[in-house]
Design a protein around this ligand. Sequence first.
Ligand code: SAH
Length: 468
Amino acid sequence: MLSVVGIGPGSLDLLTERARARISSADIIMGNERYIGLIREIIPKDAEVITGKMGTEVERAKKAVELGRRKNVVVVSGGDPGIYGMAGLLIEVIGDSHTDLKMEIIPGITAASVSAALLGAPLSNDFAVVSLSDLLVPWSEIEEKLEELAKMEIVVVIYNPRSKTRTVQLEKAYELFMRFRDGKTIVGIVRNAEREGCEIEISTLEDLPDFYHRIDMSTTIIIGSSKTENIGGRMVTRRGYERRYDYERREGDTAIQGHESSDYAEAGNRIWEKSKAIVEDIVSKHSGSFSEHERRIVERVVFANADPSLLDLLVFNHNPVEKGIECIKEGKTIITDIEMVKAGINGRYRKRVKCFVNDPRTKEIVEKENVTRTAAGIRLAKELIQDTIVVVGNSPSACMELFALIEQDIKPALIVATPVGFINAAEAKEKVMSTGIPSIAIKGPRGGTPSAVAIINEIIEIANSRLK
Ligand code: SAH
């Protein structure tokens, strides 16, 4: 009989009863030195112990299969044997011959669950697990998975983050996540969970490098989603109860509130669904011909303003949406004319947004050159503008300044222009639209921050969605 036994993280009281029973009736126990060490005190005295080092797994698997036909062999694996453990390899080695061999797999508590429990409840909603070890899997494959996951609304658990020799993988993973997630995303780090020297940290994505020196092969990292919070020193991913029920403690409360708020939530959903249906209906009846992606943008702008007349004013020049999607996927910078536009942009992308209107240097430019602050802000962005996205949501003079830069051959990849006003707004927009650069604009004096934000956020959402 061959038993592949998960021994959990190391603490013997987290071993399952079945695992303990198999170990105590074993003739032979096999495993790497580290795991054997963790269960040493429950190994029967007369059992033979065969240890092996990391890297000798295949050899050990063959030997286990061979011995298992005659004796009770227990192969121990840390955590769960089926999660980056020995179970898969043993099945492969057994193949479809060795039909006389009885084999069973006994699950154990894996590092993800034990680390999660120590941190709080970060895996309360969907999560993915990735090992950064590229000993058996090419790094390009791991990197691809990380990138797709970083873009998704999902918690990511990282196994094998860093060893003495493998250090760049974690740095690369960090850079990828910083590209697609907010730097303030909650991150949990657990080292030596349920073993001697246990360390538990709750921090943020942007501060992860501060912990590199303490991250090793006995560490699990959990990168939260936008729904993950630090509540009272515990890491938790909200699953959605808070949207249906009202139970949070408020100051002065003595008990947790229990009243249901699902009625309000449902009413909210119904209103939203209905408005969306109205907008879709309006847009579908319009004579303008929009591409699928353009239609999504048009709907969002009409929705944000509750104003169907904007349909006739929105213009798309030179395939701007596809250009925008390309830029977002590449993680390009967005420059905005005012802080309010920046504040409205999708939280996860906001760290890539720059606005110079409050830069102290604008003051000097305003005084010397007699331009507006927003125009000065665009001028300060001069070095960054080439090939980026510029979103002007409010200020006609910022739009004029952008046009002046384009005339000097400084060309953004995409312009979103919805500045408003009776003075110069219409003209400024016509000017940038005439440059041949991909642009999305609202013609005439109308526009404003909500429209600019609606346009760029829809592009970001399309770029990040897998349903393209
Ligand atoms: N089969 C094991 C995982 C083996 S891969 C399991 O199910 O847990 C080894 C990785 O697991 C380590 O690099 C680390 O990321 C994680 N790990 C295993 N034990 C751990 C522990 N006690 N504390 C923190 N992480 C642990």
